[in-house]
Design a protein around this ligand. Structure first.
Ligand code: FUB
Length: 323
């Protein structure tokens, strides 16, 4: 055996040894093409609710995945599909799931509307369990048209520290925030009678996400084109959910030695260990098809000033971490 082949063999056994012990999750963490992952924590389990990223016309249902340790993921099939949402016929995208009063609310985009003459937008479904089955709550979209230029897709539901819930959403380079009513059946206008406030920062394209850490609001989004290699995630910080948001910088992007098109993410926080994770999708180097996107996970760290440190995308993933 040549010296180089021997070294390669030793290296491969070492790497496969690591994964055999399941010390690390490895990346991607979900089998198959899944994109726009929203990761959540419900009770003692991590959950991921992604877009089923097969061919455009096959994106008509959602699967979910649960894990107790970030290493082993259990698939829950078809937790919602077009058969239980009469108005949805295609492009079911980018779930956002929240638990409220012992019910689970599943917000989703459907139909990929291109103008206000088309029917579709952002819907909401409800279930007693995180793995469904979810049922359409309204029988129609919650947001069914363009406001402030924002395509009604890529919703994220944010639970503020004062108990209010906001929907933050938008494609086509515009992002809106609107307050949800108590039953999630409608939106609450502000004191001036305006329902949708635009909070679009510089560079924003789609895929908004928000969280609070040490009293600061972190607003994150995807920029670049989702079909291309330069898809990425950037962020801003503010003292309240409405901003103004000034772009601080990019924290997730492609790595020519790992994968391209890393973006549309979500964040989870294991509060007991104070461990932060970014869950995102990327396109393997072997793939060029737009929808061949795989869900991955990395640790996310902050500097002493609370700024997010750039994330290095990996094949290793994250270490086992129970809740
Ligand atoms: O998965 C469909 C679309 O691709 C999402 O809505 C966008 O954010 C992009 O990831």
């Amino acid at each position: 055996m040549k010296k180089n082949s021997f070294i390669l063999l030793v290296l491969l056994s070492f790497v496969s040894g690591i994964y055999a012990q399941k010390k690390f999750s490895g990346n991607p963490i979900l089998p198959g093409w899944y994109a726009d992952p929203e990761a959540s924590i419900f009770g003692k389990q991590y959950w991921i609710y992604p877009t089923y990223s097969d061919a455009y016309n096959k994106q008509v249902f959602f699967d979910a995945f649960s894990s107790k340790d970030l290493i082993t993921w259990k698939k829950h099939e078809h937790i919602l599909d077009t058969s239980s949402v009469k108005w949805a016929k295609r492009a079911m995208w980018a779930p956002s799931v929240v638990k409220k009063d012992n019910k689970y609310y599943f917000f989703f985009g459907a139909n990929d509307i291109q103008n206000n003459n088309e029917y579709g937008g952002i819907g909401v479904a409800v279930s007693d369990k995180p793995d469904g089955p979810f049922k359409d709550l309204l029988g129609k979209p919650l947001i069914d048209r363009f406001y402030n230029g924002a395509q009604p897709i890529d919703q994220f539901v944010f639970h503020d520290a004062d108990g209010k819930y906001y929907i933050i959403y938008g494609g086509w380079r515009h992002c809106n925030i609107a307050q949800l009513n108590d039953s999630f059946t409608g939106l609450v206008p502000d004191q001036n009678g305006n329902t949708f406030k635009e909070i679009t920062p510089k560079g924003y394209v789609e895929g908004p996400f928000m969280f609070i850490r040490n009293g600061k609001y972190y607003f994150m989004w995807s920029e670049g084109g989702w079909t291309g290699p330069d898809y990425s995630v950037a962020y801003a910080m503010a003292d309240n959910p409405f901003g103004p948001y000034e772009r601080i910088g990019k924290i997730l992007e492609q790595d020519a030695s790992v994968a391209r098109g890393a973006g549309h993410h979500s964040i989870i926080h294991n509060a007991k260990k104070d461990a932060w994770y970014i869950v995102y999708h990327r396109r393997p180097l072997s793939e060029t098809a737009a929808n061949n996107r795989a869900t991955c996970i990395e640790r996310m760290y902050f500097d002493t000033n609370g700024k997010i440190l750039p994330v290095k995308i990996s094949f290793q993933g994250v270490e086992k971490q129970k809740l």
